[in-house]
Design a binder for this molecule. Structure first.
Ligand code: HEM
Length: 398
């Protein structure tokens, strides 16, 4: 082999190595930033609402957030979201090589905290899924439960190889643990990216069931685990082309993750942070308590009275009544949900979304004609509402 050919090969080889390293670094930076944003939104929302004593406000982002009298269930939610924040902070610190190499004692302690939070997060998640009850069907529940099992298994394996001082195998299990513990984050990215690109297809927005969510409840960890195995193989034994191809693939997937982080930030994290730092009282919260104690007529009167007397004290934003209506639908209180959505239509007559929700209330209550009329009105205000087109097709309407 001539010297020129050999030099070219060596050049290509080092380009492949640097590309793979750069792609991994890009992936890591996007993941850490995205997870810190998730942690910040969750800590701000659940933490600050709890400090204000507005525990019922949790139901805006979680189907069974705070339930009066269910001490164990409420503790499970606190343990779950608390561990979720802990695991994302500890995970980021654990994988940064500079910290790992310069502060080995910190790495060991942080690793123990990480494993402990992984186990408490999983146990609380299993309790919320199977005992307390949550959105989703049996297959989605099996998907998240397998996730919990893999989190605990990977934590045990990472610990075992660290204690045996087999750091190569420890590193592999630690990476697997990081990925399976990031499944919930990946799921949000994939779900909201799909929503941004294709609209509300593949799932039912009220029950959160459907083929897309079933697929994501497994793919959210199986896909990242498969990519990790490909990456580790490329690092160990792939040729120049293999490493180049892996680097390009990882780079493209990371770009998709950037789009996913953007989608979930706009859809969930910004509203969560806004709600966390909003000093106004939640009108949904107030009406929810009145519906439970005195019924929907009293709650409707209270809504009008408060809006007239204290418009700045309460939060009358569109999503307040909208989320209250969906909470009522989930509790099968369809008549109450319809009344709440009607109040929102009165307040926001130009919003396509409020008619869409009202239509859904009527549909779930088995009242087809007003469901069709409201889906049509929603479509008139927003011709891009693909969900309404789909529902009108199901209802055999023009
Ligand atoms: C892997 C890391 C996980 C993280 C970071 C995480 C984080 C969260 C967060 C922040 C919430 C509150 C909803 C929100 O504000 O977005 C939540 C809800 C929930 N999580 Fe997890 N979770 C993880 C894993 C799991 C696992 C493994 C299970 C099941 C075994 C599980 C079961 C649940 C359930 C049932 C809910 C309530 C959903 C609802 O009904 O609305 N989670 N999780």
């Amino acid at each position: 082999m001539s010297t020129a050919v050999l030099t070219n090969r060596l050049d290509l080889d080092s380009v492949a190595d640097s590309s793979l390293k750069a792609a991994a670094r890009f992936w890591f930076v996007v993941t850490v930033i995205g997870q810190l944003m998730f942690a910040f939104a969750v800590a701000s929302f659940y933490g600050l609402t709890a400090l204000r004593g507005d525990f019922h406000g949790w139901s805006r982002f979680i189907s069974r957030g705070y339930v009066s009298g269910d001490t164990l269930g409420n503790l499970a939610v606190v343990m779950h979201v608390g561990s979720a924040v802990g695991i994302m902070l500890a995970g980021a610190l654990q994988l940064i090589p500079q910290i790992r190499n310069r502060f080995p004692a910190f790495h060991r302690w942080n690793g123990r905290i990480y494993m402990l939070t992984a186990v408490s997060l999983s146990i609380a998640g299993l309790y919320m899924t199977w005992i307390r009850g949550s959105v989703g069907d049996i297959f989605q529940h099996l998907g998240s439960s397998l996730n919990a099992v893999l989190i605990m298994l990977s934590a045990a394996m990472a610990l075992r190889y660290a204690l045996a001082r087999d750091f190569k195998t420890h590193r592999r299990w630690a990476l697997r643990l990081f990925l399976v513990a990031s499944a919930s984050w990946f799921l949000r990215l994939m779900f909201f990216l799909s929503l941004l690109l294709f609209g509300p297809v593949g799932f039912d927005p009220t029950t959160f069931r459907g083929p897309l969510l079933t697929f994501l409840s497994f793919a959210s960890y199986l896909l990242p685990l498969a990519v990790l195995e490909l990456y580790l193989r490329a690092q160990d034994r792939a040729g120049t082309l293999g490493r180049m191809a892996t680097a390009v693939g990882l780079f493209v997937l990371t770009l998709a993750m950037v789009a996913g982080v953007f989608a979930v930030t706009m859809a969930i994290w910004v509203p969560q942070v806004k709600a966390a730092y909003d000093p106004r009282k939640s009108i949904a919260e107030t009406l929810s308590a009145t519906i439970a104690s005195s019924g929907i007529d009293q709650a409707t009167k209270q809504y009008h009275d408060l809006k007239a007397a204290e418009p700045a004290t309460y939060n009358f934003d569109e999503n307040e009544l909208n989320s209250l209506g969906y909470q009522l639908i989930r509790s099968k209180k369809f008549k109450e949900a319809i009344r709440v959505f009607q109040l929102n239509v009165e307040a926001y007559p130009q919003s396509s979304n409020v008619y869409d929700s009202l239509a859904e209330g009527y549909m779930d209550d088995g009242n087809k004609p007003p469901a069709i009329a409201n889906y049509q009105k929603s479509l008139e205000l927003n011709p891009k509402n693909r969900g309404a087109v789909e529902m009108l097709r199901k209802l055999n309407a023009p």
